[in-house]
Design a protein. Structure first.
Length: 204
């Protein structure tokens, strides 16, 4: 997993509340276990017209936001089913951070497991950031170490994050990676257990 430390990039405004995981990545794109190529299905019903052509009004189809690395949305982002393809699709698009007033719990947890930073800020601040992202200068900086979001006007907002999750993102470690970081201690425990409680060992 790629470490997340400090990100400066284009922020795309998506002023929609209750964006569910089926809107993020519709069910027809869930047939793969690969994380590659999922950007094709990201927000498919929003970015694609009924004739199959790209919808020029959708924010990520607009040239100014085509390479956005930050997404700003409204409350309850990621609600619905627990599909892990949702953060995969956002990452495959090049989005590394989502800012919103609130997130659905399962989606929020899945973000940290995949290296996507979800930032929670008060609703009034997010509304202001949405307006700024829609302006002529939409370059934002998200600093995980300092726990700040800085808009194009230079105004900085602090955000809270669980220290353990922060450490995992900074180090680029998912749950498995964090376990493997303690591999030597785990191996020492297993060796000690064999000596101290040999009756627990299988005879097979």
């Amino acid at each position: 997993m790629k470490p997340f430390t400090r990100l400066t990039g284009t922020a795309a405004p998506l002023p929609i509340a209750n964006v569910d995981t089926d809107m993020i990545i519709p069910k027809q794109f869930l047939k793969t276990v690969s994380r590659d190529g999922l950007a094709r299905g990201l927000f498919y019903e929003l970015k694609t017209r009924q004739d199959g052509e790209p919808n020029p009004e959708f924010v990520l189809n607009q040239p100014a936001y085509a390479k956005a690395s930050i997404l700003i949305a409204k409350e309850n982002f990621g609600c619905g089913s627990s599909r892990e393809h949702a953060p995969w699709a956002l990452l495959d698009q090049g989005l590394s951070c989502v800012i919103a007033p609130s997130f659905a719990d399962i989606f929020y947890n899945n973000c940290f497991k995949n290296g996507l930073l979800p930032v929670v800020l008060p609703r009034e601040i997010v509304e202001d950031l949405l307006l700024k992202a829609g302006g002529p200068n939409h370059v934002f900086t998200v600093d995980l170490t300092a726990q700040t979001v800085t808009g194009p006007d230079g105004v900085t907002h602090d955000f809270d994050i669980d220290p353990g999750r922060k450490a995992g993102l900074l180090a680029g470690l998912d749950d498995i990676g964090e376990s493997l970081a303690h591999a030597s201690s785990i191996e020492a425990f297993e060796q000690r257990r064999i000596i101290e409680t040999p009756w627990l060992q299988s005879s097979q």
